[in-house]
Ligand binder design. Structure first.
Ligand code: NBG
Length: 847
């Protein structure tokens, strides 16, 4: 009351003075009052009958109010004539829960914590109430989210475009040791962070046919007469940068029928038919496709891709034309990044919009297109390279297919001149795969239509040039570049590991939060015994928290003093969770034979989802849980080994797990993991890595020093070499007694209650095929794990290594990655957002 009265008086006396109101004020009392106000007016509840979720919603709206000024100012500034913006096109954005992150970036965590406490509540509990939007599968979607955070933090005008899936990635339950998939209903209690913008809806064509005609000026033109049209409605979420006024937009499209109810059919008694178009259109955005499954034939997926790309490009063109008289300078004001090939159809769609709708000649349209796009490749796995059967593509997107043919013809003409009489080059470069059935190859379209092509770690970018994109590299080497991935320290340290954040900040101040290189300064404390002891204390406390969570979640009691050995990521054979299991069984056998063996106790923690149709990945989960059941309950072991599978691994769970890890398992077959980003999150939080020379592991090791990294396994050239000589995995089984003991124990049903069939597919696969060379790397992995155990016994040495890992992680901030994209690919500059002080003149109450 006092504060209110005073500010009211002040505003009457001087209308330009900064006053705080319930919607922008940042002091504790204003925030406390605003939460109660929102509880009443938005949730419609008194505190006495409100649930925790009601309070969460009230707080979320309170925080959103405080974002709005920054957001609207940013949107307005980005529209200006001379501001170049980045459009990040991605089928996935795995943003994670918003509340905590927004408090950090707004720099009001403490005030809000206090305000909530004074209301008799606990902020952490409210933060934990938020249902995270699972709009991504794994690394690729999470990278997009880290990049949005960095774009805003670096004050780069940007917009993320994607799909508002009604059901995101499934929730994973574990029943009887198996994965069970449950639909993710993230929207069921409402989403306070988004604002629908139906006034900015756009229309998207599907099916039908094309028709040539001559326009009024005698020019040859084509029009697309679609079979049906779907409406795209944008939903906007603000993405605030760290301690800046820039709040960029994440714009996700939802599909709807243009006319959702057909009265004619209703009147004829056709009640299902009356809503047919509604159901059909809304299905488009129903569900996120899990990856790691063959995509061919998934027509709905192609519809999703075209839908969000078409909506987004129309949206960019509309906003461009607000301040510009033509699209001639489109490429000077927009840099569009294709996050993998999922949005690659954008190359053809921009051509369609320029040529068919805005009547550009082909050549200038192509110039604009090529200058605008950049393409990031995220995988070398051949099965993940998207290609669409020509028949489906042509039926769904007839005009786009014609345009792709035209792009291809003109392109192949250039190839013919450069490499005359080279049929094999022509067929590998062509957008159309003519091998057996015909396909449209999306990576080829992306490469041809972009002025820059990048991989996501040095090794990966080199391998792209040597392997799958080799012929493109020979044709236009100048397009190829690398941008090593990064992660945002705001979410992956400040929010998830407040204890370590505080310890570091006490020592070196807080500039490291957006200048991660500054962590280097920690090196000066590595010889300070009391600092090392504080460092261990922090890790210990975080491990205790995780131990409590594990007990509550899965009922397993783990020892917080044991070595927390963690592998969390999607379950995939190339990531080799089963190699980790072979090590666990090896230790188990050793301890059974020699109970006096001097090794530190270990807790093995796994988390990750398997694609629902991926047989082997689901078996690997069953293997982990089965081995855990036996080991966790074997009294001989005296709790020296524990195996935990944490269900439903997602961003929220990642935030709990990374800070508590001692050892990070990055054990993919060399050449298979494009980059990895979990590897960076672990190391940033003080875990040491055991890993192969794969993806960004190579660069992490370079940065932290070989002596602070546990290396094992074949290198990429060695993998190729082994395979070229006809790899014979059975040879390793025959010659390595310990390995034989491990595989035999699985085969005989020891971990599956005598059922020999259950886990045999995994063993057979390893013995007779082993495409990911687990058996070839087994011994080297075991040796390296012995070094880990030795190092852990010397806690002082381990702490030094841990501190140095953190101190040398500066390179892996997504701020650095985004800066590289800005300088080398997008050519965009930061624009600072000016906020007007709140007063009655600009309070928005007058029109
Ligand atoms: C994934 C790679 C990871 C990489 C992320 C982000 C796909 C297709 N690729 O290694 O497997 O870290 O992309 O770049 O999801």
């Amino acid at each position: 009351m006092g504060i209110d009265h005073l500010s009211l008086m002040a505003s009457i006396l001087n209308p330009n003075v900064t006053i705080e109101d319930d919607r922008t004020g940042l002091d504790i009392e204003t925030i406390r009052r605003a939460v109660l106000d929102n509880l009443f007016y938005i949730q419609g509840k008194f505190p006495a009958i409100a649930t925790k979720h009601d309070f969460y919603m009230a707080l979320a709206y309170t925080v959103r109010d405080r974002l709005l000024q920054r957001w609207l100012n940013s949107v307005q500034t980005n529209l200006k004539k001379d501001v170049k913006s980045v459009a990040y096109l991605s089928a996935e954005f795995l943003v994670g829960p918003h509340l905590g992150n927004n408090l950090i970036n707004l720099d009001i965590y403490q005030q809000v914590e206090q305000a909530i406490k004074e209301s008799g509540l606990n902020l952490q509990e409210l933060i934990d109430t938020e249902e995270e939007p699972g709009l991504g599968n794994g690394g690729l979607g999470r990278l997009a989210a880290c990049y949005l955070d960095s774009l805003s933090s670096l004050e780069i005008p940007a917009i993320g475009y994607g799909i508002r899936y009604e059901f995101g990635i499934f929730d994973q339950h574990i029943q009887d040791g198996w994965q069970v998939e449950i639909t993710d209903k993230w929207l069921q209690y409402g989403n306070p962070w988004e604002i629908a913008r139906p006034e900015s809806s756009v229309m998207v064509n599907f099916g039908g046919r094309t028709e040539a005609y001559t326009d009024d000026h005698g020019a040859f033109r084509v029009r697309w007469i679609p079979e049906y049209v779907v409406k795209g409605i944008p939903y906007d979420t603000p993405i605030l940068g760290y301690k800046v006024n820039t709040a960029n937009t994440l714009r996700l499209w939802r599909s709807e029928a243009c006319e959702s109810f057909n009265f004619e059919r209703f009147n004829q008694g056709d009640y299902y038919g009356a809503v047919d178009s509604k159901v059909h259109s809304e299905n488009l955005c129903k569900v996120l496709y899990p990856n790691d499954e063959p995509i061919q034939g998934k027509e709905l997926r192609l519809q999703q891709q075209y839908f969000f790309v078409c909506c987004s490009l129309q949206d960019m063109i509309r906003t461009h034309l607000i301040e510009n008289s033509s699209l001639d300078n489109f490429d000077q004001l927009w840099a569009i990044q294709l996050n993998d090939t999922h949005p690659a159809v954008a190359v053809a769609e921009l051509m369609r919009l320029l040529v068919d709708v805005h009547h550009y000649e082909w050549e200038p349209a192509w110039q604009i297109t090529e200058n605008t796009f950049g393409y990031t490749n995220h995988t070398l796995l051949p099965e993940a390279l998207e290609k669409w059967p020509l028949s489906i593509f042509g039926r769904l997107l007839p005009r786009l297919l014609e345009i792709i043919y035209e792009i291809n013809n003109r392109f192949l003409e250039r190839v013919r001149i450069k490499f005359p009489d080279n049929g094999s080059k022509m067929s590998s470069l062509s957008i159309i795969d003519e091998s057996d059935d015909k396909y449209v190859r999306m990576a080829n379209l992306a490469c041809i239509g972009s002025h820059r092509i990048n991989g996501v770690a040095q090794l990966h970018s080199e391998l792209l040039k040597e392997t799958i994109l080799h012929d493109f590299y020979a044709l236009f080497p100048e397009k190829f570049t690398n941008v090593t991935n990064g992660v945002t320290p705001r979410r992956w340290m400040v929010l998830s590991n407040p204890r370590l954040t505080e310890l570091i900040t006490q020592k070196i101040g807080n500039r490291w939060i957006n200048h991660l290189d500054e962590l280097k300064q920690l090196e000066q404390f590595v010889d300070d015994a009391s600092f090392r002891s504080q460092w261990r204390q922090v890790k210990q406390e975080v491990k205790q928290d995780l131990a409590k969570y594990i007990e509550k979640k899965v009922g397993i009691v783990v020892n917080p003093a044991s070595l927390f050995d963690v592998q969390v990521k999607r379950i995939h054979e190339y990531k080799r969770q089963h190699l980790n299991v072979l090590h666990i069984i090896t230790l188990y056998n050793r301890l059974k034979h020699n109970p006096n063996l001097d090794i530190p106790p270990r807790t093995f923690i796994f988390g990750g989802k398997a694609a629902p149709g991926y047989f082997m990945a689901k078996r690997i989960i069953k293997l982990i849980t089965s081995v855990g059941d036996v080991i966790n309950n074997d009294p001989d072991l005296k709790d020296r080994l524990k195996v935990v599978f944490l269900p439903d691994y997602n961003v929220t769970l990642g935030q709990r797990v990374y800070p508590a890890a001692d050892l990070s398992e990055q054990i993919s077959t060399a050449g298979k993991e494009a980059s990895g980003t979990g590897n960076m999150k672990f190391s940033l939080n003080g875990a040491l890595t055991i890993g192969t020379l794969d993806g960004a592991n190579v660069e992490i090791r370079e940065e932290v020093g070989a002596e602070n990294f546990f290396l094992f396994g074949l290198t990429t050239p060695q993998v190729a070499e082994v395979k070229s000589h006809g790899y014979y995995p059975r040879g390793h089984y025959d010659s390595n007694e310990e390995l034989r003991g491990v595989l035999d124990l699985i085969s005989c049903g020891f971990f599956s209650r005598g059922n020999r069939e259950l886990l045999q597919p995994i063993v057979d696969n390893l013995l007779y095929d082993d495409p990911y060379l687990l058996l070839a790397d087994y011994q080297s992995y075991i040796n390296s794990q012995e070094e880990v155990s030795e190092a852990y016994k010397d806690q002082e040495r381990w702490s030094r290594m841990s501190i140095l890992n953190v101190a040398r992680m500066g390179k892996f901030s997504s701020d650095r990655s985004i800066q590289e994209y800005c300088d080398n690919i997008w050519k965009v500059q930061p624009v600072s957002i000016k906020l007007q002080a709140y007063n009655q003149e600009n309070a928005g109450l007058k029109v």
